[in-house]
Ligand binder design. Structure first.
Ligand code: ZN
Length: 144
């Protein structure tokens, strides 16, 4: 199967980095380059560089995207499940709160790290920010 090549990689002479593979490795908390080293130093803080292959990880600019994606995903699942249960049962408000609040908090915490890893993998695969070996425009002109 041919690897997906995005952006200008056909003419940039940079080797293609398989997007889905990198995102899956990041999702699993592994280095998007080698798949062996750990991506995270703590809950959502990435390592500066991979302990296995040495790939620099501090370039990523995941920022708030993982949190936004978690809100979208968890919101759709919890609201859909809540509305289904509400329409088909006679649970009290307290029973609903006892179900949906822990489920919301637990699933958000469970998804935040894997989704951040996938975002870092995406940025690495697409040579975004410093992953291209060149400084970001923002880094080159900090006053901007
Ligand atoms: Zn690595």
């Amino acid at each position: 199967m041919e690897q997906q090549v995005f952006g200008g990689e056909n003419h940039s002479r940079r080797p293609a980095r398989p997007l889905m593979n990198a995102m899956l490795r990041g999702f699993l908390g592994r280095c998007p380059h080698c798949g062996e080293g750990k991506l995270f130093a703590s809950f959502v803080k990435t390592v500066d560089r991979c302990g296995h292959c040495g790939e620099e990880m501090h370039h990523h600019r995941a920022d708030d995207l993982p949190a936004y994606l978690v809100v979208v995903i968890v919101g759709h699942i919890v609201v859909g499940a809540f509305m289904s249960v509400e329409a088909t049962s006679t649970l009290s408000t307290w029973q609903h709160l006892a179900i949906w609040i822990p489920l919301t908090i637990g699933s958000a915490l469970a998804l935040l790290r894997p989704i951040k890893g996938a975002v870092v993998g995406l940025q690495w695969a697409l040579y975004m920010h410093g992953f291209s070996g060149e400084d970001d425009l923002i880094e080159a002109h900090p006053e901007a």
